[in-house]
Design a protein. Structure first.
Length: 287
């Protein structure tokens, strides 16, 4: 059953499963393009499936490589990270443009396939554009860093709003969550590199003993590790999937959400937006 705040959270929540709306939109656009192209081709007695599949591959590969190129410095020490698409590093507009150029190229060279490919591309692109606009219009605005009180590892109460005044990266995690543990070194390194940003680690539902044991075992030197025993932050924002990382600007306004593991590259992308001048910050709830 969908979480009551699934529309607000940027993801469809089905039990423990979290599916970002933006990812679902991409799947829907791809599905529509494939269905439209194949239907038109069949009506004309043609087989456009190979070209439709290639158009999809061109879009996906280009969207990924464009992101990798822009944030190439983050991959210098982790070449295998280039193929680890779990980090959500994509540039959809680059992929969309590449797919359009491929469809144009094939349509010019093979005139019978022009209509199936061009209409398929137009249908998918139109759905993606309309869906992106709808998500932007329906996204909640001015969600603030909540005045919730969590507990430090030494048992002291800490009000989250005390971090307001600098950009805040609020990570929701747990020791039993493998993606949480994989991204911790990335976040720890970023905390060291960015003293102008508050990195806050809100453990969900566990004891100080468990948290301290993990930090010691993984040799993690983290500041601002807090205990959210009742999962109040996740409940407040409607995010039950772990890890989830919330990004707040200097005013304490939520400007971005990442559901799932972050890599050095995807974290760098969000930190650039987060530390940009307030006038240029736009809300982008991404997967």
């Amino acid at each position: 059953m969908c979480h009551p705040r699934c529309a607000m959270s940027g993801a469809l929540q089905i039990g423990p499963l979290s599916l970002p709306w933006t990812l679902l939109l991409v799947f829907a656009a791809i599905g529509l393009a494939q269905a439209v192209g194949q239907q038109l081709a069949r009506r004309a007695g043609l087989d456009a499936e190979p070209q439709l599949l290639r158009m999809l591959v061109v879009a996906v590969v280009t969207a990924r490589l464009a992101f990798v190129f822009v944030y190439r410095d983050a991959y210098l020490d982790d070449w295998l990270g280039i193929i680890d698409i779990r980090d959500g590093g994509w540039m959809p507009m680059a992929g969309l443009l590449a797919a359009g150029l491929y469809a144009l190229h094939v349509g010019i060279r093979r005139r019978p396939l022009r209509k199936p490919l061009w209409v398929a591309y137009g249908s998918g692109a139109a759905l993606y554009a309309a869906g992106t606009m709808a998500l932007a219009l329906s996204a909640p605005t001015n969600q603030l860093l909540p005045g919730l009180t969590l507990t430090s590892l030494d048992g002291q109460p800490v009000v989250l709003q005390k971090f307001q005044g600098k950009p805040v990266v609020l990570n929701l995690w747990a020791t039993w969550c493998p993606p949480c543990r994989r991204e911790m070194p990335v976040l720890a390194a970023a905390q060291q590199r960015h003293p102008d940003v508050h990195f806050v680690f809100a453990n969900q539902g566990e004891s100080a003993q468990k948290v301290n044991a993990l930090l010691a075992a993984d040799r993690l030197a983290l500041r601002n590790v807090l205990l959210d025993v009742r999962g109040e932050v996740a409940s407040h924002f409607g995010h039950r999937s772990l890890p989830t990382t919330l990004f707040f600007d200097v005013r304490g306004v939520l400007v971005d959400v990442r559901t799932g593991e972050v890599s050095q590259a995807t974290l760098s992308e969000r930190l650039i937006r987060l530390t940009a001048p307030a006038s240029s910050v736009q809300k982008t709830l991404t997967p």
